[in-house]
Design a binder for this molecule. Sequence first.
Ligand code: NAD
Ligand code: DAU
Length: 340
Amino acid sequence: MKILVTGGAGFIGGNFVLNMVPRYPEDEYVVLDALTYAGNLETLAGVMEAPNFRFVKGRIQDRKLVDELFAREHFDVVINFAAESHVDRSVEDPGIFLDTNIMGVQVLMDACRKYGIKRFHQVSTDEVYGDLPLDRPDLLFHEDTPLKASSPYSASKASADLLVNAYHRTFGLPATISRCSNNYGPYHHPEKLIPLMISRALANESLPVYGEGRNVRDWLYVTDHCNAIDLIVRKGKDGEVYNIGGHNEYSNLEVVKIILKELDRPESLIHFVKDRPGHDLRYAMDPTKIETELGWKPEYTFATGIRKTIEWYLENRPWYDHILNGDYRKYYAEMYKERK
Ligand code: NAD
Ligand code: DAU
């Protein structure tokens, strides 16, 4: 099979190709990535020289580039990881989120229709369901939970999901959607909670926890997500949505305290700062469908995954130092100046 992986220089797409390129030497993987602030070729160093891997720089909204790429390559499968992914940035500037996360998906699916593919897979998120109350631990998101996005980011992802469904129903595009909970692990940009807290705790810097730190996320180690996507692409049914999550619910404050304990740093580093506008309270996934229909099971608990993640950050300082020394420093100063 020839597989197009968009957004493959980012956190999850990067982990996906690093795992799948050596696992399936008979398949060819082509990454299309715009290398925005979130894309990093250093992440792909382990596969750059592999005979079944190629990198192409470009934006998924670039109709001409996408058309030429599809005409040349004749992909069997397209997996769309490419997106603007950070909720806080979408509050500052929604426009780019709509452009990439909605229009980019349309361009990709138009090319899929024109050139023919066996499967288009859209990597979506639990955030499309909105949030759950903190005092109802019995409630979970199911595949048929209504879409009720809260942020410009999640609204753009929900819009793309509706569009994928429409292209499947109207044009018969063979398509699947996966909606996953919060990922963590290697190569995660330090703008996001877990790598931000690890890198700042290591530098003995203050840890900005939004509001009271009571918001709950359902954490999944990134390779468990990648394995789920691989399974859906190979065995999932056209037109279906699959929820992915590992029942690892923790409040943000609990997560930060676990990281501090693992790193032997004091809790006095924690600083409560101004909350995120529209901050979703709790996400929690019901993964029964992918477990029973496709036999997926996560390998990691939060305890084993967070230890492995912290070890990775300790052993790979140059990877995140390069990010922290560059543009991201400016972003941090701007984003947190009003939160003190
Ligand atoms: P990321 O921000 O780390 O990576 C995004 C990648 O997409 C980067 O390499 C970037 O350069 C690339 N990109 C951005 N705009 C592009 C464009 N216009 N054309 C081509 N490439 C472009 O994001 P991530 O955390 O790896 O998330 C990947 C996907 O998974 C996203 O669709 C996101 O919505 C979804 N998702 C993320 C999580 C999570 O916890 N991180 C959970 C569920 C779903
Ligand atoms: O649920 C899946 C989603 O998870 C993905 O779709 C998104 O792409 C991904 O970014 C992530 O979204 P979140 O908003 O949940 O992740 P983030 O790491 O930004 O924040 C996690 C929680 O931590 C959230 O409740 C906000 C809080 N937070 C975050 C930052 C960056 C803080 O308290 N302090 C911080 O500095």
